[in-house]
Design a protein around this ligand. Structure first.
Ligand code: HEC
Length: 112
């Protein structure tokens, strides 16, 4: 019984953390994608510096480009928007692109 209570408390904590921004399941998957594929160069969170100084933080990219443009760039292979020799060619499934864009949306400053 005690364990269950602890579990519930942990779940409640997790949920309240998630509610800090409207995160859909797809955005959560998108976060995993950028964590795996982008985070060694780009900062992927709401704050922080990119590990590779030349790579703009994803939150800046999210603000700078309309998401439709990014969707196209990603569909054609992210490499088109990279002149960086460090950048590996990168192609994404349409589903993964949608998830990634949903994650990028969560990085934008909230409109009120
Ligand atoms: C090996 C390092 C590296 C990885 C991994 C990487 N990037 Fe980049 N990226 C860069 C660098 C460096 C630049 C800046 C140079 C440039 O604009 O070509 C850049 C630029 C970009 C730009 C263009 C920004 C602009 O202002 O024009 C986008 C969009 C982008 N990255 C998205 C991504 C995404 C999404 C991922 C993961 C799926 C990713 N990158 C993974 C290094 C990387």
């Amino acid at each position: 019984m005690k364990n269950m209570k602890l579990g519930l408390a942990a779940t409640a904590l997790l949920l309240s953390a998630l509610q800090a921004q409207p995160v859909q399941a797809t955005a959560a998957r998108g976060r995993v994608i950028v964590q795996d594929n982008c985070s060694r160069c780009h900062a992927i969170g709401r704050t922080g510096k990119s590990p590779l100084a030349k790579a703009p933080p994803l939150r800046i990219i999210a603000k700078k480009y309309p998401l439709e443009n990014l969707e196209e760039a990603f569909a054609e292979g992210i490499v088109v928007s990279h002149n960086a020799p460090e950048m590996p060619p990168f192609e994404m499934e349409p589903g993964a692109i949608a998830d990634l864009l949903d994650y990028l949306k969560t990085l934008r400053p909230k409109k009120r």
